[in-house]
Design a protein around this ligand. Structure first.
Ligand code: OAD
Length: 245
């Protein structure tokens, strides 16, 4: 199912960069954003995932994040996550850039991860910026407060907000230096993440997309493999490096 070009490029690459999106976690049971059952089909992002929404109704926004935290706490990584973690073991320079906030890559064993959109399990103080990794799953009746008294918010990037600058810079640097770049399970419509595969391509990387359907970048990448990442990635690491998931 894989082309000889893909296999040989992956085998000889010393630098592989992977960009993942919600599709990678779909087989674990985490809803995507834009698919038929996607979250943004049922909810309006500007009412739940924006700074203005939080300021005008922090309780509603916290309820939405508590709901998603509970959901994520009950799911496990799938074979796609595990295949990417094993890929990191065998590639000299490997970097995983993710738009996902669910932490499943880390649970699967990935180590070098750039979380572009933050992490849903972490809180951040709106006053002093302190981050709290041990945040409660369910905030309950009382809005969480920092020890400085400031209101805590989920440490995720909301609509209209900037991405964490250092992480974003690192992601672009990685994309520029990649020899092989995989764009997996992302609709490739949300910027700036969506431009990473194109930056990699412009800088000479062999760019491969894995998705259930074509996306706006399909015509610009070297190959698109249509299918589920949880099925394709284990087969790919099997063929390239003989790894069994
Ligand atoms: P989307 O929901 O926009 O896209 C998910 C993509 O995954 C789609 O292209 C699907 O075809 C594909 N897909 C679904 N199941 C798959 C599977 N099993 N294997 C492979 N591909 C599959 O999610 P993202 O591209 O991640 O931002 O969305 C980007 C950002 O938009 C998110 O990080 C979030 C959202 O608003 C923030 O919250 C800041």
């Amino acid at each position: 199912m894989f082309t000889p070009d893909l296999i040989s490029n992956m085998k000889r690459a010393a630098r592989i960069v992977v960009l993942t999106g919600a599709g990678v976690s779909a087989e674990s049971g985490v809803p995507t954003f834009r698919g038929e059952d996607g979250l943004w089909k049922k909810f309006r992002p500007e009412e739940l995932a924006s700074f203005d929404a939080f300021i005008s109704n922090p309780r509603l926004v916290w309820e939405w994040y508590s709901y998603r935290r509970r959901l994520i706490s009950e799911v496990k990584p799938n074979p796609g996550h595990y295949a990417l973690a094993r890929m990191e073991d065998v590639v000299e320079n490997f970097c995983l850039v993710t738009q996902n906030v669910d932490g499943l890559h880390r649970s699967a064993g990935s180590r070098r991860i750039l979380e572009l959109h933050g992490n849903i399990m972490r809180n951040r103080c709106m006053e002093c910026g302190r981050k709290d990794e041990s945040a409660d799953l369910d905030v309950g009746d009382r809005l969480p407060r920092c020890r400085c008294g400031g209101l805590m918010r989920p440490d995720v990037v909301w609509f209209g907000e900037m991405l964490p600058q250092e992480i974003l810079n690192s992601a672009f640097r990685e994309a520029e230096e990649a020899e092989v770049f995989l764009s997996i399970g992302t609709s490739a419509v949300v910027q700036p993440a969506a431009s990473l595969p194109l930056v990699a391509k412009r800088n000479g990387a062999y760019v491969v997309e894995i998705n259930m359907e074509s996306t706006p970048i399909t015509s610009q990448v070297d190959e698109t493999i249509l299918g589920k990442s949880g099925e394709i990635l284990p087969r790919l690491v099997g063929e390239v490096w003989g790894i069994e998931i």
